[in-house]
Design a protein around this ligand. Sequence first.
Ligand SMILES: NC(=O)c1ccc[n+]([C@@H]2O[C@H](COP(=O)([O-])OP(=O)(O)OC[C@H]3O[C@@H](n4cnc5c(N)ncnc54)[C@H](OP(=O)(O)O)[C@@H]3O)[C@@H](O)[C@H]2O)c1
Length: 336
Amino acid sequence: MDKMKPLRFGVLGAAKIARSFIAGVGPSEFVDIVAVASRDLAKGQQFANELGVPHAHGSYEALIDDPNVDAIYVPLPNTLHAEWVIKALNAGKHVLCEKPIAISQTDTLAMFEAARRNRRFLAEAYPYRAQEQTLALRRLLDEGAIGRVQTVFACFGVKFADPSNIRLDPERGGGALLDAGSYATNMVRMVAGEKPSRVNAIARWAQTQVDLTVIANLEFPSGLLGQISCSFNTAYHRHALIAGTDGILETTFLNSPPDAGPPEIHVRRGIPATTVRETITLAGGNGFLAEAESFARAVALGPEHWTGSTEQESIETIATLEAIARSIRSGNWENV
Ligand SMILES: NC(=O)c1ccc[n+]([C@@H]2O[C@H](COP(=O)([O-])OP(=O)(O)OC[C@H]3O[C@@H](n4cnc5c(N)ncnc54)[C@H](OP(=O)(O)O)[C@@H]3O)[C@@H](O)[C@H]2O)c1
C-alpha cells in the first residue's frame, strides 16, 4: 500500500461505536478521519474536538456532499442504514456500513444495486473478519484441517439493560438477533460457504418487545447443520465450535484481540477423543484499524483486497436473520 493516498473518511452520526472506530484507525497511514456529522452541530463539534477530527457538519446531507470526503462510515441505528447508505453512494462516496447492513434483504439488495450503479464500494463492518484469527481459521478450513465440516455452532452474548439503548428499541431495529446474532450468523455463513436453505428458532423477549435471547438451527443444502445463539441477557461470551469428519476447531471470533481474550484457535486434527489439542496463537490488534485499511485497499486496488464480508455473504446473512425472525414468530421452519 506504499503509494496509496490516504482514504478520507467522514463519520455519519456521533455514535458510541464511532468513538471506537475513530480511535482505532487513528494510527493508520492509509485512512484519515476528516469529518463527522451530527444532527446537532454543537454535539458534532464537541465529538470532533474530543476525538481530534478536523471538521464537524450539522447535517448528514452536508457530510455526504463534502468534496473532501471519499468514504462514509455509517454507525446509525439499524433502521437508518439503508436510507443513508444509498444517499451516500448516490453522492459518489464509498461506504463502510455497520452491521447489520440493513433490516431486510430487500433493502440490502437495493444498497448493493446503488453501489453498482454509482461504481462505488460498499461493505458491511464486522471487524472480526479483518483479524488474523479469522483469516487463519479460513485457511485451516480451506486446507481441510478438520475434513468436511458437518456442524458449526457460533454464539455471542452480552448484557444490555438500559431501555434508552437503541438495541432495546423495536422502532430502531433493536433486538439481540440483528445485533449479536448478526455476528454469529455471519460466522456460520462464512464457515458453511453457502446460504442455509431453512431455519427454525425460539426466543425469549425483553420488556420492550425486542428479542432478548435467540437460538436458531440452520440447515444447509450441502447437508451441513448450523446453530447460532445470541443474547442481551448473559455474561460476555463469543465463540464457535466447528466439527468436521476428521477433526475439531474451537475459536473465539474477536473484533480486537486480546481485549476479550487471546487471539487463539484450538485444533484437534484427528478423530479419537485422545487427539492432542493444538493451540495456534495469532497476531491480534485493533479490528477497526485492520477493517478500515482493508476497505482502503479495496477502494484503491480492487474489491479482492477486502477481507471482510462479501456482498453475497452480507445478503445471505440478512436473509438468514429475516428467516430466523419469522420462525421465532411462526414456530415453524422457515425457508431462507
Ligand atoms: N461492529 C461492531 O462490533 C458494532 C459495535 C457496536 C455497534 N455497532 C453498530 O453501530 C450502529 C450504532 O450503534 P451505537 O451503539 O454506536 O449507537 P448510538 O451510540 O446510539 O449512536 C447512534 C447514532 O445515530 C445517530 N442517530 C440518527 N438518528 C437517530 C435516532 N432516531 N435515534 C438515535 N440515534 C440516531 C445519532 O447521532 P447524532 O445524534 O450525532 O446525529 C447517534 O449518536 C448500530 O448499527 C450497531 O449495530 C457495531
